[in-house]
Design a protein. Structure first.
Length: 330
């Protein structure tokens, strides 16, 4: 689906409708959906009142002007000319907006040159309190090998010494995105029956992951070493998870985790693991791509494993210096 097809207000309405529909499909709490939808409807109104020609023009300065407009509306209703949102309210609204625009990035088709339009840069600029024009090329960020070691060490330690349900589940989600290069939506949609194990010619156990909820809409398969998630897989077996039950799930395995909650929790895990300047879920897929490229050095092979429809998308990783990656994948 293209980011822009009609007037900005109609494009906003289209994306809000799809976003709310997917939130309900993901079984998000109705009060949460109402909060998100109310703010996004206000944004749609602001877009309709403003003079932008495309929602791609939405940048940091525009978002800040929208929040000021919201404060002005509230001031008019209450008669309090000095009304301003608290910092916590602004952070909640920015989180909602960030999640919404992340959704657009994930669902939107690639640009004509093979790049992916991104709003992420603008939200970083908001935290610096200065507006810039939207950055149209995807900024590829990834974890260093030292950060990967810290992250895996933290996850394994949590499982070993605490071993609570969500210790296993968050670890499973992170490792599926990191080692199999799964997209967030693919990870959250996985059911136990989508996993099958076989032995390679070298005798190593490989887990084959069947993906139905893919960006291309076609069924796909991804291989990964079972050793990467052996403890997590044994936990699923011990819990006797059924073939039709979600694996990145709650304790009853009857409802998959909420994407926004996973985003918040994984960011907390980064901090606890000593990773202070990296955020987000998609960064794990970027890291998977960089590790793979560093190991095999074959861009076409990386394209197939990442399941990119266009090799231009994969080429963005080639322009990253291999020297920056440090040691090679063992």
């Amino acid at each position: 689906m293209k980011i822009c097809t009609r007037k900005p207000v109609y494009d906003m309405e289209k994306w809000i409708t799809h976003y709310v529909k997917d939130m309900r499909r993901d079984e998000m709490a109705e009060n949460t959906i109402t909060l998100y939808q109310r703010l996004l409807e206000h944004l749609k109104t602001f877009v309709d009142l403003s003079d932008i020609k495309s929602i791609k023009e939405i940048d940091a300065e525009y978002i800040l002007r929208f929040l000021e407009w919201m404060e002005g509306r509230h001031a008019e209703k209450t008669g309090n000319d000095r009304f301003i949102y608290t910092n916590s309210t602004k952070m909640i609204y920015l989180l909602i907006l960030r999640t919404f625009f992340d959704y657009i990035e994930e669902k939107a088709e690639l640009e004509e040159d093979g790049s992916q339009f991104t709003f992420s840069y603008e939200f970083k600029e908001i935290t610096k309190k200065r507006g810039r024009k939207a950055k149209k090329k995807r900024e590829i960020k990834h974890l260093s090998y030292d950060e990967i070691d810290k992250l895996i060490s933290y996850l394994d330690t949590e499982i070993e010494f605490r071993g609570r349900h969500y210790d296993y589940i968050y670890s499973l989600a992170i490792k599926l995105m990191l080692y199999a290069g799964l997209r967030v939506s693919e990870c959250l949609s996985l059911k136990f029956g989508d996993l099958s194990i076989y032995r390679s010619k070298e005798g190593e156990e490989i887990i084959e992951i069947r993906l139905e909820d893919t960006k291309s809409g076609t069924e796909q398969y991804v291989p990964m070493k079972l050793s990467h998630i052996k403890e997590e897989y044994q936990y699923l077996l011990a819990k006797e998870v059924g073939r039709d039950q979600y694996i990145v799930s709650n304790k009853r395995f009857d409802s998959k985790l909420d994407r926004s909650n996973l985003y918040v929790k994984v960011n907390m895990i980064y901090l606890k693991a000593g990773i202070v300047d990296k955020k987000g879920l998609h960064i794990l897929r970027h890291t998977s791509a960089m590790m793979l490229l560093d190991k095999v050095g074959d861009i076409t092979y990386v394209k197939e494993l990442l399941r990119h429809s266009n090799i231009t998308t994969t080429m963005v990783y080639v322009h990253r210096s291999v020297k920056q990656l440090g040691e090679r994948v063992v």
